[in-house]
Design a protein around this ligand. Structure first.
Ligand SMILES: [Zn+2]
Length: 377
């Protein structure tokens, strides 16, 4: 992973590069932010830049011996620690190293993946609870007590340090307090509040901001060949979270129909066309659970934006709509009063909760359709 492949975060990358060229890299840093903001990709690219033997102005060189090893994820001075899962009926505590081959495949496929994707990769979809075990801390000490093999620094990336058990965390604290020479820790966490406060206080915090809508859009256009309007719609749903945008794109082709489904619901509800509303509900119920949740999430956003239009606050600045949505909303917003909007939003929220709790989708959408018909006029 290098900086160039990260679709955004230019300011932050400039700062990271600056810290290296000015020789003031802090020895323990915490990259904090939701996984979909690209924290792991940034940490990987940063480690590579630090190790690069022929650094360029804006990125590592990609061709030196060190960069080549980074690309294959076999650099001897870059260590990884991440949550792993104990095998069934085994009493041995597993180590990150035991899962290194899977880890390499996982990251090479894409660094924009969640911890849940990782658990699926290592074969534990059901229980889903990984951990950084006590045994790992001795391993960390062992690895860091060695001199760097090739580079100036040993770098240890700890993905999800909040999954360390107490003993491990205390040992890590000791190492961070008195680090071996030329050692750099990059902690990557989406839940920094769950990390030992004493560890936190020793780390320099690097807060990762969300990607901008434009950054997500251009990623979806170039990587997935999405059209401008498709990419816009997904970016609006993803709200700066690239993993969310990728999941919507890969797992749910029907997202593009969200506006159409919403428009139909409102039109049929307005006409109180019950037979067609039943058909509408059946159609929604026949799509997958993720698609259903996306539709409900999408509808809530569209309602909110229309309310903003209705209230006419900062009309051009506060409202985020694609071209098609804007043309639909031109008329729609004129009868979304705050009161109606609240009633409708409550129903969409309720439907979302019920779908998430694995409720019976046909009933949930039918109920929603009838409530909308009741409130819309
Ligand atoms: Zn290089």
């Amino acid at each position: 992973m290098n900086f160039t492949r990260i679709p955004g975060h230019n300011e932050l990358i400039k700062k990271l590069i600056g810290s290296v060229t000015e020789g003031r890299v802090s020895h323990a840093q915490l990259f904090a932010g939701p996984e979909g903001y690209g924290s792991l990709a940034l940490a990987l690219a940063f480690a590579r830049f630090i190790h690069c033997e022929n650094r360029q102005e804006t990125d590592s060189c990609n061709t030196c011996k060190s960069c080549v090893k980074h690309e294959k994820m076999i650099h001897p001075d870059l260590h990884y620690v991440f949550p792993v899962i104990r095998k069934k009926n085994s009493s041995d505590e597993p180590l990150s190293n035991d899962f290194l081959p899977q880890w390499r495949t996982f990251i090479s496929d894409s660094p924009y993946r969640s911890i849940n994707d990782w658990y699926i990769e290592i074969g534990n979809e059901e229980s889903g609870q990984g951990m950084i075990y006590t045994a790992e801390s001795s391993e960390i000490i062992r690895k860091l007590s060695l001199k760097p093999y090739e580079a100036n620094h040993k770098i240890m990336i700890i993905w999800h340090p909040e999954k360390m058990n107490q003993t491990s965390a205390n040992k890590l604290l000791k190492i961070i307090e008195e680090p071996p020479e030329n050692t750099l820790f990059l902690l990557v966490s989406d839940e920094p509040d769950k990390i030992l406060p004493t560890i936190l206080s020793r780390c320099q915090m690097v807060k990762i901001p969300p990607f901008s809508n434009d950054e997500i859009k251009s990623y979806l256009r170039s990587v997935y060949g999405k059209t401008e309007s498709e990419a816009t719609e997904i970016a609006l749903l993803a709200r700066g979270d690239l993993i969310k945008a990728i999941n919507i794109t890969e797992k749910d082709e029907s997202v593009i129909n969200n506006l159409e489904n919403f428009r139909n619901l409102m039109r049929l509800a307005w006409k109180r066309d019950i037979l067609s509303l039943i058909q509408w509900a059946e159609k929604l119920a026949s799509s997958g659970k993720e698609a259903q949740k996306n539709f409900l999430d999408y509808s809530l956003r569209l309602l909110r934006e229309n309310l903003m239009l209705f209230l006419n606050q900062l009309r051009n600045e506060m409202v985020f709509l694609s071209e098609e949505e804007a043309s639909f909303s031109e008329k729609f917003h004129t009868f979304i009063t705050p009161e109606k909007c609240r009633l409708l939003a409550d129903e969409f929220n309720l439907a979302f909760q019920h779908i998430e709790a694995n409720g019976y989708a046909r009933l949930i959408f039918l109920d929603l359709a009838i409530k909308v018909a009741r409130y819309i006029r």
